[in-house]
Design a protein around this ligand. Sequence first.
Ligand code: NAD
Ligand code: DAU
Length: 329
Amino acid sequence: MKILVTGGAGFIGANFVRTTVEEKPDVEVVVLDKLTYAGNAASLAGLDRVTLIEGDIADADTVDPLVRDTDLVVHFAAESHNDNSLNDPSPFITTNIVGTFTLLEAVRRHGVRFHHISTDEVYGDLELDDPAKFTPSTPYMPSSPYSSSKAASDHLVRAWVRSFGVEATLSNCSNNYGPYQHIEKFIPRTVTNLIDGVKPRLYGAGLNVRDWIHVRDHNTAVWAIIERGTIGETYLIGADGEKNNLEVVQMILEEFGYDRDDFVHVNDRPGHDLRYAIDNTTLLELGWEPEFKDFKSGLADTIAWYRSNEDWWRPQKAEVEAKYAKTGQ
Ligand code: NAD
Ligand code: DAU
């Protein structure tokens, strides 16, 4: 079987390619990735049966022959960071919306199976004291340019299923953590700041809740949906990992052996979503279950990975922090 993985040099995509190569000896992988600031060919180093093509998912001439020659497209490529989307939304529109449209037109032409990777942020946010969780029928209410562009891409996929009979499934996952995550994101930023002796930055009061899942569990769920999901269905991926940002910073500080209060409050994110929480019932019905049930030990492994792989993240650290300094974060 030949699969085309878009965004396979990014955080979740690279972990997906690694898991796939390790566990599916009959699968050959082609990665299509623009290698933006968030893509890193080094994340795929040392893998057999993987070909990396540098190119843009919004370019039909690049996409068409790659889709024609594959059995399945797994679509991770995106502009993925909320803070960047608040500074400049335009690449989010091109990549997340036009890019997804371009891929859908190609899978429609060539009759290729498609799996669309999306986010729980399309549902907006929940109140802190509300016991509710997101389900596949929660109304769409995205808050940021990033989440609204992902919401638009989800709508395109559903329309191409219904109007053109494209064979697609969708998944909307909560916050991932693990190796190879770009250091602009909360957990790796906090960890690499502490490695550098810099205090972690907590947006606002730090009470916002995220539903953390290890990236490996996200990717085993994606394979479960590809292999056993129903065409046209949306599956929510989560592993009951709700924690507020203050708790996460304090767990990381403890893991480093520092005082739990050794962080600073910085400017809040405009429009900052309060809480995400996933009801994963339909995913469990596919027979999937998470491997990383203990966040503390998954976090310790992740911290160890950043300590041992400074070569991978160091070249980007100064630029990332300079960008945050401009918004007082
Ligand atoms: P990432 O930013 O780490 O990686 C994105 C990858 O896409 C990079 O390799 C980048 O070079 C590539 N890319 C960007 N624009 C492209 C284009 N026009 N053409 C080809 N490649 C392009 O992102 P991530 O965190 O790995 O997220 C992957 C997917 O998962 C995204 O669709 C995101 O919305 C979704 N998601 C992420 C999370 C999370 O916690 N990180 C949670 C749920 C869903
Ligand atoms: O819910 C899924 C989403 O999770 C994905 O769709 C996105 O691609 C992914 O980036 C992530 O979005 P968040 O905005 O939740 O992730 P981020 O790592 O940017 O921030 C997590 C929380 O931590 C958020 O409440 C903001 C806060 N934060 C972030 C940074 C970088 C801080 O308090 N301090 C920081 O330094």
